[in-house]
Write a protein that binds this ligand. Sequence first.
Ligand code: G6P
Length: 606
Amino acid sequence: MCGIVGYKGKKDACGILIEALKRLEYRGYDSAGIAVWHEGKVEVARKKGKVDELRKVIADGSFTGKMGLAHTRWATHGTPSEHNAHPHKAGDVVVVHNGIIENYIELKERLRKEGHKFLSDTDTEVIPHLIASYLKKGMDFVDAVRSALKELKGSYALGIIRETDKMLIAARKESPLIIGVGAGEYFIASDAPAIINRTKRFIFLEDDDIAIFADGTVRLIDLEGKTVKREIHQVQWSDAMAEKGGFKHFMLKEIFEQPRAISDTLIGRVKEERGEVAFEELKLPDLAKVKKIWMVACGTSYHACMIGKYLFESVLHIPVETDIASEFRYREPILKKDDMLVLVSQSGETADTIAAMKEGKKRGVYTLSICNVLGSTLARDADGVIFTHAGPEIGVASTKAFTTQISVLFLLMLHIGERLGKLNKQDISRYINEIKQIPHKVQSILDMSGQIEEMARRYMVHRDFLYLGRGINYPAVLEGALKLKEISYIHAEAYAAGEMKHGPIALIDENMPVVFVSPHDHTYKKTCSNVEEVISRRGRVLIFTDDPLHEMADRVETFFVLPQTIYALQPILSVVPLQLLAYYIANFLGTDVDQPRNLAKSVTVE
Ligand code: G6P
């Protein structure tokens, strides 16, 4: 995710803004920019690459002034480049933005007809143009901003200034933005670490709040112009705590970011009323000819591929073959010319997955990557790319990348289903309606994290765990077991529940916690029998289910109820408590959760 900082006060803004950007560097970004106001003029500089590159551009001292904005960009629309970097300017309006504007294409078309010229590929650029168009109609700055915000669909945290005004305006909707209150000075920031060394007094803006900084004070209004009141909070955060947004570890922060990450991944792609899923600039091959889809990846991303297989096969009846990337190219896969190869990768830089893409290209098949990092190798070199909008993932153990990968695979399934005539508009609207409820359902699980923490306390003493699930939840338990072993170093194995009697059952005794994911779907009865088998061998059973009346509820030690959803979306919900369980166990054991021993975030060797 991008970083925003802003300053209005009595000191030199430039130094403060650059320092604040540097403090956000740990989050990852691909370009940076700054705008400083001075006596009716705004100087803007932008640079691809690091903040130090930007610092070189402004080293001549021309950026003096006591009000300004700065930004680090993590590209979502348009490649990482100088012309796509923020701030964006239209007329005399200068804007930095985090979030995604869903209706930017419609707005851009309308503004173009009014004579506006666009210089970037970003969704953001419509915002200053929209404000400028209202200013041209005679509105004052605040009203022009309010009117523009009312037209935006999607999410935003914004910092806005204009040359002919001494005011700084900030606004937020579904993207974090805080105000730092100093002595006779104000800061804005998307993240506390940017400014925690300057002040510990914060106002946390809420959705639809607009903050107006003028005449040495800040005034808050809503979109209708009515005054709103927000308290000033005094926080006691250290630098390290602030980086993690008050969470103890990045991994926990990222688990809790999942509702927003999934929403951001859906934004702009799902059109529920029209029964449509659209991917910007994605050119797929002639789908009627595609007889088989291959899904290839490593680690957690491979588990997403396995879920993709269940999705495509159960809903569209298109055969999908999944493969671990390091196996794929050494086993002479029988790729046919019209097959499609889908590569899934958070980083877009995993060496084995890149090698699999190259193999596919060599064999002449269409390659499609699903990545989280714009400008990464897989994003650049595959024939098509769809981005997950999870934002930077810093914890080595992947969490929000996984649930957004599943979300993208689900959307891709709907898109292909529609194009092949396998799903009609009503079907698609129904599916869209279901996935749109997922962020809220994930949130309701996160709200019960206390229960999972208690569970972790109870089971942390064990050295071996077994995870069992069936159908589309089989990959979810594989992922749950992977999370536990990655960060707690506890031995955890996962099996399709039906395989239990072919080996793992021999391990079961009173020292073996067995984690079941057992929703009330077509696999329910069979899994109940497996639970029975474990109980009779004195295994300690934990059940995660969407059925509060599960017939084994009273017979097992631990029982956790998940929200209900359709079969195709169950793994997104069932994996969240498993991520939390792994996290809390590791935290109790005191391991290095964010950087577990021997593991790397991005494995760039084969
Ligand atoms: C490493 C990471 C895992 C990740 C895997 C694949 O092993 O530690 O969390 O799932 O690589 O990475 P990718 O970036 O391709 O998804």
